[in-house]
Design a protein around this ligand. Structure first.
Ligand SMILES: [Zn+2]
Length: 213
């Protein structure tokens, strides 16, 4: 997998030209009291060889097998970043589809991650009782050339279609998603979780889309 850049934004993991360069992602320049996540880590860049499987898993039928690889990858990341994981109380998948039978997409990855983490070292919630579910489909924001405002609009609609099924009060949450670009989804879902009492929302994604691409 293509690793993240050596110099990268401490909030959104975007590649930077130098250690002191400013991040061009608008959300990173918002004050923390306006942004509902502290930072998003990524396993790799959204580039070959990870890009193809991530897209196929998301959009093509019959590619469910990739969930096994992705679930193992995220638990591997957690094991390698034990210090950063130490204060996380709950790992939640960002639900992408309202249809939960059979399990779809992010929840399939969470299912693998939950069983891969055989000793329950990390607080990965089993997908048979996910704290967060999606009640209805919302317009997609994916695709090149989608503008910031449209992404934020789609992210708001997504968060509005979510339903929280258990208390997150006082908890530090690691929200898992497959891909991210701007952080709009982490912001809107993070707002939902923060308003429900979560003390911190941090993100983890498989792949970070190079900003502006
Ligand atoms: Zn940034």
């Amino acid at each position: 997998m293509r690793p993240l850049a050596e110099h990268r934004c401490g909030i959104c993991s975007q590649s930077l030209s130098s250690a002191d360069a400013e991040c061009g992602n608008p959300i990173c320049n918002w004050p923390l009291e306006r942004r509902y996540f502290t930072r998003v880590d990524a396993l790799a860049l959204f580039a070959h060889p990870l890009k193809g499987p991530v897209k196929a898993f998301k959009y093509d039928e019959g590619k469910e097998g990739w969930a096994v690889i992705f679930g193992r990858l995220i638990v591997g990341w957690m094991n390698d970043h034990a210090e950063e994981m130490a204060d996380i109380d709950l790992v939640i998948g960002n639900p992408s589809a309202p249809d939960r039978a059979p399990l779809q997409h992010i929840e399939t990855i969470m299912l693998v991650a939950h069983s891969e983490d055989a000793t329950d070292r990390w607080p990965i919630v089993a997908p048979d009782s996910p704290p967060l579910i999606k009640l209805r489909e919302t317009p997609k924001s994916a695709g090149g050339g989608v503008r910031w405002g449209e992404k934020m609009e789609a992210a708001r609609a997504h968060a509005a279609a979510l339903h929280l099924r258990q208390s997150v009060r006082g908890k530090r949450i690691l929200l898992f998603d497959d891909v991210f670009t701007t952080g709009a989804t982490f912001h809107t879902v993070g707002k939902l979780l923060t308003e429900a009492g979560a003390t911190e929302v941090r993100g983890l994604v498989l792949a970070r889309v190079p900003f502006g691409s």
